[in-house]
Design a protein around this ligand. Structure first.
Ligand code: 5GP
Length: 190
C-alpha cells in the first residue's frame, strides 16, 4: 500500500521553488525530493544523479516511450521528466515525495495521480522575477527572455492548483508551504 503523499510544487523558473523546497526538506525527515531527468546541459557545480540525471535526447525519448516517466515536458527548449520508479518506491516506504516541476508536468500528474497535492509558487512580480534570474546569472539574455515569457503563460494556470504561495518574503512563504505540507501529510482520506 502506498502510504506517502505526493506534493507537486510548480511555478515559473526563478519563482524560488528550489529555495522553498530546500527549507521544507530540512524540517521534515519524512520528505524526499524527486530527482528529475533532463536533456539540459549541467550548470557549473551541478552533479549527475544529485541535481538531475543528465541524459541525451535519444536516451530521454527512449525512457519516455518505455513509460519510465510519471510526467515529462519540454520546458524552455529542453526535455524534463520525473522518473516514476523512485517516486513510487519512496511513497511505498511511507515517504512524502516532492516534485519540483513546471505547470505542464503538474497537469499530467493531476490527471494520473489526482490525489497529489499541488502548490503553485508565484513570484511577487515579473520585475522581481527578472531581477532574480539576472542575479542567478545562469542564462544568457535570450534564454532569460524565454523564461520570462513562459512565466507569464504559467501564471495563467495557477487557478488549477490546490494552493498558491506568493514568494515575496522568504520566511512567510516557507511557513506557508510548511503549513500546507503539515496539514496535507496528516490527512487520513484520499
Ligand atoms: P532549470 O533548467 O532551471 O533547472 O529548470 C527549468 C524548469 O523545468 C523549472 O521550472 C523546473 O521546475 C522544471 N522542471 C525540472 N524538472 C522537471 C521535471 O521533471 N518535469 C517537468 N515537467 N518540469 C521540470
Amino acid at each position: 500500500m502506498r502510504t506517502g503523499r505526493l506534493f507537486v510544487v510548480a511555478g515559473p523558473s526563478g519563482a524560488g521553488k528550489g529555495t522553498l523546497i530546500a527549507e521544507l526538506l530540512k524540517r521534515y525527515p519524512k520528505s524526499r525530493l524527486s530527482v528529475s531527468a533532463t536533456t539540459r546541459k549541467p550548470r557549473p557545480g551541478e552533479k549527475d544523479g544529485v541535481h538531475y540525471f543528465f541524459l541525451d535526447k535519444g536516451e530521454f525519448r527512449r525512457r519516455a516511450e518505455a513509460g519510465e516517466f510519471l510526467e515529462w515536458a519540454e520546458v524552455h527548449g529542453n526535455l524534463y521528466g520525473t522518473p516514476r520508479r523512485q517516486v513510487e518506491e519512496w511513497m511505498d516506504r511511507g515517504y512524502d515525495v516532492i516534485l519540483e516541476i513546471d505547470v505542464q508536468g503538474a497537469g499530467q500528474v493531476r490527471e494520473r495521480m489526482p490525489e497529489a497535492v499541488t502548490v503553485f509558487v508565484q513570484p511577487p512580480s515579473l520585475e522581481v522575477l527578472e531581477e532574480r534570474l539576472r542575479r542567478r546569472g545562469t542564462e544568457n539574455e535570450e534564454q532569460m527572455r524565454e523564461r520570462l515569457r513562459n512565466a507569464d503563460r504559467e501564471s495563467l494556470e495557477k487557478d488549477k492548483f490546490h494552493y498558491v504561495v506568493v514568494n515575496d518574503e522568504l520566511h512567510r512563504a516557507v511557513s506557508e508551504l510548511c503549513a500546507i505540507y503539515e496539514k496535507e501529510s496528516r490527512r487520513l482520506d484520499g
